[in-house]
Write a protein that binds this ligand. Structure first.
Ligand SMILES: *Cc1c(COP(=O)(O)O)cnc(C)c1O
Length: 359
């Protein structure tokens, strides 16, 4: 059977254009060709993540950089804002790195309340806050502007923001807000194959790293800063993916950021409308719903794994049957990346064909 087209929220479908861009004769990474490649991506990437500062390339999935935030930036104690699988895990990763950590935990399906963050930080003793902008497990999009503004009221507290499933699809004002680290793996909202992550560092984040011990080597922020200044990376990067990224950055800017945001909004509404037609409830409440996927509650009590399998077998599309502890009690449909009104309609036609058998 041929591989299904992915409508799961990561990794997502990769276009033929992107594969073609990646398919080039290999170059050495300590030569002019690579430096030119690296430098050529910077202006576009900075435009997309809304900063004038460098955007670094890590040869890892997002977790590499998420762990790096803890290792490079925590000298006292980190506050992790937990509202789903990815944000919850950041807490245990911090602990496993031997760092002091506390968390604000809300029920899965709820968003983080900035007022609660303010009250917690007022207790003192923290020097980093971690937050996931778009919790891909629950379909909750946190009020990132308000959260960052609250953190900025506390001098000496940095904020790291995971935008794995939001960047390029919704605007995030990295520099204007004062986000200290913005990070994203590329296999979700960027629509590239997995394997690299992009991230930014504020001046304050770099300063903090300079006095933090035990940063290690592979994810040492100062190594990225030093090599980045020479348009290079600390270790051998996934060069093919960087060719893909270069082309994707061009493609995103050809489309235009505003148009891309609007397209995601439209497609996400289509997903919501599809579910509403059957009476599926959105797992995330009104006001904090993602624009790049919908996590539906399985309030109609269908056999989620069997439904997903049937859609795959009959139409060769793959949606997701829920993540972590809400597996089976939710299911997820992604509208990230290159999807269009037409391509989403093809998915809905397939779902409409199969779903009646499960109601
Ligand atoms: C997928 C995802 C991650 C983890 O990414 P890996 O590629 O597995 O490292 C982190 N955060 C969010 C919000 C995600 O969706």
């Amino acid at each position: 059977m041929s591989k299904p087209k992915l409508f799961i929220p990561g990794p997502i479908n990769v276009s033929q254009r992107t594969y073609a861009a990646m398919n080039q004769t290999m170059i050495g990474h300590r030569g002019k060709d690579f430096e030119e490649l690296y430098a050529s991506i910077q202006p576009g990437l900075r435009e997309i993540v809304k900063t004038t500062r460098p955007v670094y390339l890590s040869t890892s999935s997002a977790w590499g950089v998420m762990e790096a935030c803890v290792r490079n930036l925590v000298q006292k104690k980190v506050l992790t804002l937990c509202c789903g699988a990815f944000s919850d895990k950041w807490f245990s990763v911090a602990k496993s790195c031997g760092k002091e950590a506390e968390k604000i935990q809300v029920e899965w399906g709820e968003a983080i309340d900035p007022e609660v963050v303010r009250a917690k930080l007022a207790e003192g003793g923290f020097d980093l806050v971690t937050v996931v902008h778009n919790e891909t497990s629950t379909g909750v999009m946190n009020p990132i502007e308000d959260i960052v503004k609250v953190v900025k009221e506390f001098p000496g507290v940095l904020i790291a923001v995971d935008t794995v499933s939001s960047i390029t699809a919704v605007p995030v004002e990295t520099e204007a807000l004062g986000i200290d680290v913005l990070l994203a793996g590329v296999q979700k909202a960027f629509a590239l194959p997995p394997g690299i992550s992009v991230f930014t560092l504020s001046e304050e984040a770099v300063k903090r790293a300079e006095t933090t011990e035990g940063r290690g080597y592979y994810f040492d922020f100062l190594e990225f800063v030093k090599n980045g200044a020479k348009n290079n990376t600390p270790s051998t990067p996934a060069i093919s993916l960087i060719w893909g990224l270069k082309d994707k950055v061009d493609e995103i800017l050809e489309e235009g950021l505003e148009k891309r945001y609007a397209r995601h909004e439209t497609l996400n509404q289509m997903v919501k409308d599809w579910g509403a037609k059957y009476g599926f409830e959105n797992f995330a409440p009104e006001g904090c719903q993602s624009k790049t996927l919908v996590t539906f509650a399985n309030n109609l009590d269908i056999d989620v794994p069997a439904f997903i399998k049937a859609v795959r077998n009959k139409h060769n599309f793959l949606i997701n049957g829920g993540y972590g502890k809400v597996k089976g009690s939710t299911f997820r449909i992604s509208n990230m990346g290159d999807e269009t009104v037409e391509s989403m309609k093809e998915l809905f036609a397939a779902l409409d064909d199969v779903l009646p058998d499960f109601l």
